[in-house]
Design a protein around this ligand. Structure first.
Ligand SMILES: N[C@@H](CCC(=O)N[C@@H](CS)C(=O)NCC(=O)O)C(=O)O
Length: 228
């Protein structure tokens, strides 16, 4: 714990929208934090990270001087409670936020993230798995499109950690084979989110391993704080 120099340290990589959820929350909340780059494309690093930092072997992990937390939904909830920002104002809103974070974690994010990884990053050929992931993603997009038909943000009139969770993978440009112009409410929501004071693109907040792909901006992993 003593090696944590800033109050908040986020173990992350730029390619990860799950990490972006936590990074965006830290940024929008105006907290002082630093990214600690973990190269999860390297199998050995992944293995030793699981042994040393997180029993679940997943990014993101947030470390403070007293606490180590994984699971983006838990990190968002923790930071929201700590700062009093982007949370629910009453039990109904709190439960609604939890409902959408769970939906995000089992349906909205994983299918889309896996599709982007296979098609946009690994550039594998279209196959039965990518087709399945795309159909699942589009079904989840339909749910969100309908939800946003009569409100600007997922819970209502103001952004919450449900929105911060759900936009995790939405600002990446890598190909997925999904035409997002078919989801105008979703696009308008992303536009609103990107106009929140302090918003930044994931590649500007976190170092990424694959700097050859996508726009060439953001911190260089070679000169960033790294794990181990
Ligand atoms: N539900 C988790 C999902 C985290 C997750 O899937 N993280 C990926 C990186 S984006 C990971 O660490 N995968 C394990 C691996 O690549 O071995 C969360 O929201 O934090």
């Amino acid at each position: 714990m003593s090696q944590v120099e800033t109050e908040f340290e986020l173990y992350c990589r730029g390619e990860s929208g799950n990490c972006f959820k936590a990074a965006l929350m830290l940024k929008l909340s105006g907290l002082e934090w630093r990214a600690r780059f973990v190269d999860f494309f390297d199998e050995q690093t992944r293995g030793s990270f699981k042994n040393a930092v997180s029993d679940m072997g997943e990014l993101p992990v947030l470390r403070t001087r007293t606490l180590t937390v994984s699971q983006s939904g838990v990190i968002l909830t923790y930071l929201s409670k700590l700062t009093g920002k982007f949370g629910g104002r009453d039990d109904t809103e709190k439960l609604e936020i939890l409902r959408w974070i769970l939906f995000d974690n089992h349906r909205f994010t994983p299918n889309y993230a896996s599709l982007r990884f296979m098609i946009g990053i690994r550039k594998i050929e279209e196959n039965a798995v990518t087709q399945f992931l795309r159909s699942q993603t589009m079904a989840a997009f339909d749910v969100v499109e309908a939800r946003l038909s009569d409100r600007p943000f997922i819970v209502g009139e103001r952004p919450t950690i449900a929105d911060i969770s759900m936009v995790g993978y939405q600002f990446y440009d890598e190909a997925t084979g999904i035409d997002r112009d078919k989801y105008p409410n979703l696009l308008a929501w992303l536009d609103r989110m990107s106009k929140l004071p302090g918003w930044a693109h994931p590649y500007d907040l976190m170092p990424r391993a694959l700097r050859g792909t996508g726009p060439a901006h953001g911190p260089d992993p070679e000169t960033s704080v790294r794990w181990p």
